[in-house]
Design a protein around this ligand. Structure first.
Ligand SMILES: Cc1cc2nc3c(=O)[nH]c(=O)nc-3n(C[C@H](O)[C@H](O)[C@H](O)COP(=O)(O)OP(=O)(O)OC[C@H]3O[C@@H](n4cnc5c(N)ncnc54)[C@H](O)[C@@H]3O)c2cc1C
Length: 428
């Protein structure tokens, strides 16, 4: 049963018919466009997935009333609208696999919860082994997941052929497929629908979503933050949450606190639509061309990506060498897509931590919170992060699920080294 007010419960075939016959005036904006108020209980900086989900849970689950999300550009302009939509929970380390499993369970029901179709598609995520060394590393990860009660299946070639015949696993290749690790419940979720769904639901619960409003500084007095400076003037806040993904480094500068984060570019690309070719999400590291991952969108485009461009940048322009690597990697798997054209490629700015795991903690003041360091994998985390982070902000105590992601781990050396595992450096 939806907990949203009646105004937000209006997504049905009937409403589409009414829209068709009632004319253009029928459609209303998905979120409010309310005016910025001088003071709030909680100001959230960044209308990406994490900021919007946190706002939604703060109001729905904890009853906060005066909450604003301030966004310097547009809802969904950041990485939430630039990612390749992969969701899964097959991380190696327990801290990560329990957290991402919580997220995956929430994806399964999110469309109902938001009353907005986020198009969760559990089509299966396959990590391919292309060398004899990759296979034991995948087996180890699969065993760790099964111990934790998370679905993981190690596939030999006949099993892989049954699950994904389109991969032609026994085909002669320069780097032949040895086997795969499969998570059947993994798959994709429509990325911009997630931003719109959360924005709409939060707005219906009274959250002010303010676009074109950049936060430029934090005001503090007596050892606590008192508000933020913005391009639209000063805003008082009891609590401040930064969920600014690739811009977290600039937030650290604002608060005169060095963060163990570097901003790097990750790019992705999509081909022209073609007939159905691939039913799952496929990830592999080719000894020849590095990381490649590929899936097919509902429109038929092949969505592909690879590793970081390899140098810190805020430009959001991908470099050609990475595009070439990814396309070569894709051709190694599917030589028959040789004639297919790339329609678009783009990049996003990723907040990379040195251990590949996120940071969810306070920052400098007791009433300032940072939700960051999502690297290349923060899209899939959104529903879990939103719920847990809202609880942290509302109660002042971090729930068990996110306690391992504290900032102090970088000082004490208790790193959650998810990047260090086996041959799979990229964790999308
Ligand atoms: C090409 C690519 C592919 C990816 N693929 C996947 C994938 O398949 N699966 C997966 O799980 N993850 C993936 N990711 C990572 C994922 O997209 C991010 O980790 C996640 O979206 C980051 O969280 P967010 O949605 O809150 O960030 P964002 O959407 O980037 O939100 C942050 C917002 O903060 C705003 N902001 C910044 N500074 C300020 C300021 N001073 N004032 C006001 N607003 C500000 C920005 O404009 C932005 O809208 C991918 C990323 C990229 C770039």
């Amino acid at each position: 049963m939806s907990t949203l007010p009646a105004s937000a419960r209006r997504y049905s075939a009937w409403s589409l018919l009414r829209a068709r016959y009632a004319g253009p005036g029928y459609w209303r904006p998905l979120w409010s466009g309310r005016n910025l108020q001088p003071a709030y209980d909680v100001v959230i900086v960044g209308a990406g997935g994490h900021g919007l989900a946190t706002a939604f849970h703060l109001v729905r689950d904890h009853g906060l009333r005066r909450v604003a999300v301030l966004e310097k550009r547009l809802v969904g302009y950041g990485n939430v609208g630039r990612n390749t939509t992969i969701v899964r929970s097959n991380y190696l380390l327990p801290e990560n696999h329990y957290f991402y499993e919580d997220a995956l369970r929430r994806w399964e029901t999110l469309s109902r919860e938001l009353n907005y179709n986020v198009m969760y598609s559990p089509r299966g995520v396959l990590d391919l082994a292309l060398t004899n060394d990759d296979f034991p590393a995948l087996a180890r990860r699969g065993n760790a997941l099964r111990l934790a009660g998370i679905d993981a299946e190690l596939l030999d070639l006949p099993a892989l052929e049954r699950f994904a015949p389109e991969l032609e696993p026994r085909r002669k290749r320069r780097f032949p497929i040895v086997g795969a690790l499969l998570q059947r419940r993994g798959g994709t979720v429509r990325h911009d629908a997630v931003a719109w769904g959360y924005a709409r639901a939060a707005s219906a619960l009274g959250v002010d979503i303010i676009e074109d409003c950049e936060v430029t500084g934090v005001r503090a007095a007596g050892g606590a933050a008192t508000g933020v400076e913005t391009t639209r003037g000063h805003v008082q806040a009891e609590q401040i949450v930064f969920a600014t993904a690739g811009h977290t480094g600039t937030i650290g500068t604002m608060l005169e606190t060095a963060l163990p984060i570097e901003t790097h570019l990750l790019q992705a690309m999509v081909s022209e639509p073609i007939k159905p070719l691939l039913n799952s999400v496929v990830v592999y590291v080719s000894p020849g061309h590095g990381e490649t991952y590929i899936c097919q969108s509902d429109r038929g485009g092949l969505v592909m990506g690879g590793h970081l461009d390899g140098f810190p940048s805020y430009t959001r322009e991908g470099a050609w060498h990475r595009l070439e690597d990814v396309v070569r990697g894709a051709l190694e798997l599917f030589p028959r897509i040789g004639g297919v054209k790339i329609l678009r490629h783009w990049a996003g700015t990723n907040d990379m931590t040195m251990d590949g795991s996120p940071i969810m903690d306070r920052l400098r003041y007791d009433n300032v919170f940072v939700n960051a360091g999502w690297c290349y994998g923060g899209f899939k985390a959104i529903p879990a992060s939103g719920a847990a982070f809202a609880q942290f902000v509302a109660t002042g105590t971090a729930p068990e699920l996110i306690r391992p992601f504290r900032l102090s781990r970088f000082a004490t050396g208790h790193l959650l080294d998810e990047t260090g595992q086996g041959p799979f450096p990229v964790r999308l």
